[in-house]
Design a protein around this ligand. Structure first.
Ligand SMILES: Nc1nc2c(ncn2[C@@H]2O[C@H](COP(=O)(O)OP(=O)(O)OP(=O)(O)O)[C@@H](O)[C@H]2O)c(=O)[nH]1
Length: 648
């Protein structure tokens, strides 16, 4: 199982997450609701918003929880590494906090959905939704520090090399500056930083190399100093973690030239100190920088010390120089063979950590022989069939080259014409030949059809010759139509006259009406008033008519005096009738006005008072239909910023 932490998705800061979630809710749920809707529809509208928000948050938090590795599930090497780098407790607390918040948000949504079921108005439902979303966002906001921490962890994890704990591994360790990175660079393509000062390597680095047709993982570790475990810093602890957990061949590098600024004694002490971590693992003591000082050139005391260590601890040893390249291949071979031998004694389960895929891979690899095919005939010439060789005719390209090359030469379309005589191919084609062109051959029956057409036209002309009987018939029809129209007009006229007479007959007399009402005991004064008003109206209308008619009839020869007199007469009559009208008129609403009780009047006064301020400030009330849209699309799309224009 290989661990690739690069796939962990970025963790959004809480603030951004809230923005994303709220805008997603706004975009993906309906936005229009009216107070006039059925209450169950309004409840559904807001419930959907609450549920959608909760689901979105749930999804986002789930993604975080799934992406981050669970310390109990991963290989102990990675679990310890995460503990060293990010503090296991802090890591677990952050993930736990995120998990707890997810549950809290789920519960909030559940509670508010339950409350929304009892919402009795749009306003109440809206307020409940607002409260639900608000509480969810507040809960999310509390995650700020945990989310920031997790994102930092993600960034660091993603830069970590993908180390496969089950692959064949060579682990290089030792004091700083002893030439570890140089060796890894020499046998892999890792291209690590090499500097003449200690602690150049501060993280674990991995390179790959091939040996015996199998891939080998070579891990470069930061340098380790000789002091107690509690004093080790996180950089050193990474190396210790790798030494403790990886089933690898340990290559302890010892700089016998002492140019790394640590004495041989110090390096031997560190070797002994770390020995418990190498227990039961293949170990190779590598003496480096032999280009500066060979083992034989060492002080006899140092030589003795080193031999004592090798014999007492029963370790294999080797020498190399990264500068001259001496012994590098040998060291690599020795280490790989040591590990291979050691692995043969292990059970497949121990090598693969029980991973069935790796188990199968391992068992397959053990029985595979990689064969290299040997080529008998090295120089294979192209084979051209004999038939092709025989044809030997010029290709179209040859023809093109002969005739001026590309651009000048145009492909002769006549080349493939199928004619009786192939010599005719390139003859010019005449437009008219023997008095005919190509159109004459398209329709052979054209003349016959033309004749038929002409005959048809003649027949139609004959049919159009005038007929006197037809004329008489047409005239008779017209007369009949006139008579019918006249008769219809007369019937209409008669009907109008009849109706007028009927109206006159049925108009009640004032006196009769008065008597009628008096018999029924109803006051008749209003009847008289109406009659007077009607009479006055009639007088005015009559005078107006008279005035118009006198204006029209007198025309130019009417004398000025007469005209003035007439006008004065008319004006007097008009003013008289108006004053009389004023006397009898009354406002239309007075009769309909309802008499309010004292209590009703007080109520009206109060409601006016309440509404006064709102009315003066032109504020919208609860009753006002209002369809809010937080971000109107037309104002927020496009390139120009907000506030430059009132419209786009
Ligand atoms: N003469 C000589 N110099 C070497 C040899 N190997 C490494 N060096 C030098 O030693 C210095 C340290 O080499 P590194 O490969 O960075 O050593 P390291 O152990 O990885 O050091 P850290 O990264 O600090 O742990 C560099 O200046 C190298 O050029 C060698 O075999 N011979």
């Amino acid at each position: 199982m290989s661990y690739n932490f690069k796939t962990i998705r970025p963790v959004m800061p809480a603030k951004d997450m809230i923005n994303v979630i709220l805008s997603k809710t706004q975009r993906k749920t309906p936005t229009v609701v009216h107070p006039g809707y059925d209450i169950s529809r309004i409840r559904g509208f807001y419930m959907r918003k609450v549920k959608f928000t909760q689901e979105t948050i749930h999804e986002k938090i789930d993604a975080i929880l799934q992406d981050f590795p669970k310390l109990d599930d991963i290989h102990p090497f990675y679990a310890d590494l995460i503990n060293v780098l990010y503090d296991k407790d802090h890591y677990k607390l952050a993930l736990g906090h995120v998990h707890a918040c997810r549950n809290v948000i789920d519960n909030i949504a559940k509670d508010y959905c339950r409350l929304l079921k009892y919402g009795d108005s749009l306003y109440r439902c809206k307020m409940l939704k607002r409260a639900a979303l608000g509480r969810m966002c507040t809960t999310l906001k509390k995650l700020t520090s945990s989310l920031n921490y997790l994102d930092e962890v993600r960034k660091h994890l993603s830069r970590m090399p993908a180390i496969n704990p089950f692959e064949r591994t060579l682990l290089v360790t030792g004091f700083p500056n002893v030439g570890k990175s140089s060796f890894v660079n020499n046998i892999t393509n890792a291209n690590l930083d090499v500097q003449p000062y200690p602690f150049t390597t501060q993280n674990l680095y991995v390179g790959h190399s091939d040996y015996n047709f199998v891939r080998w993982q070579v891990i470069d570790t930061p340098g380790v100093l000789d002091h107690s475990l509690s004093e080790r810093n996180p950089i050193e602890m990474q190396a210790i973690t790798a030494l403790a957990h990886l089933k690898a061949c340990i290559m302890f590098f010892l700089d016998i030239s002492e140019t790394c600024s640590y004495s041989i004694d110090q390096q031997i002490a560190l070797f002994k100190d770390l020995k418990p971590l190498f227990k039961n693992k293949p170990l190779l003591l590598v003496m480096t920088k032999i280009d500066i000082k060979k083992f034989e050139q060492l002080d006899p005391i140092d030589q003795q010390k080193l031999q004592d260590v090798i014999q007492s601890e029963n370790v294999f040893y080797s020498q190399l120089s990264n500068k001259s390249g001496e012994g590098i291949a040998l060291v690599k071979e020795k280490a790989c063979n040591l590990l291979n031998e050691w692995r043969q004694n292990l059970k497949p389960e121990q090598l693969t950590g029980g991973n069935p895929n790796l188990l199968r891979e391992e068992s397959i690899l053990q029985g595979v022989y990689i064969a290299q095919p040997k080529r008998v005939n090295q120089n294979r010439m192209p084979v051209i069939p004999q038939v092709v060789g025989k044809l030997n005719r010029p290709t179209l390209k040859d023809v093109q080259e002969q005739n001026g090359g590309a651009g000048v030469f145009s492909f002769p379309l006549q080349e493939h014409f199928l004619l009786d005589n192939p010599d005719w191919k390139y003859d010019a084609v005449p437009e008219i030949m023997d008095g005919k062109n190509i159109g004459d051959f398209v329709d052979a029956d054209i003349l016959q059809r033309l004749e038929e057409l002409e005959k048809e036209e003649e027949m139609m002309d004959q049919a159009e010759v005038e007929d006197p009987e037809e004329d008489a018939r047409e005239e008779m029809l017209l007369n009949t139509r006139d008579q019918v129209n006249k008769k219809r007009e007369m019937i209409k006229e008669e009907h109008h006259m009849k109706m007028k007479q009927q109206v006159k007959l049925h108009r009640p007399n004032l006196e009769d009406a008065k008597e009628d009402f008096a018999k029924k005991g109803i006051d008749t004064t209003f009847l008289e008033q109406r009659a007077q008003k009607f009479a006055a109206k009639k007088v005015i209308q009559k005078q107006k008519r008279q005035q118009h008619s006198s204006d029209d009839s007198d025309d130019n020869d009417m004398d000025i005096e007469g005209n003035e007199r007439n006008q004065r007469k008319g004006r007097d009559a008009l003013s008289r009738s108006r004053s009389r009208l004023r006397e009898i008129s009354r406002s239309r609403s007075r009769g309909n006005k309802k008499v309010l009780t004292a209590q009703e009047q007080a109520m009206e006064r109060m409601s006016k008072k309440i509404q006064r301020r709102r009315r003066n400030e032109a504020k919208a009330g609860d009753g006002d239909t209002k369809i809010d849209c937080k971000m109107p699309k037309h104002l927020f799309t496009g390139k120009s910023g907000i506030g430059k224009q009132s419209r786009r």
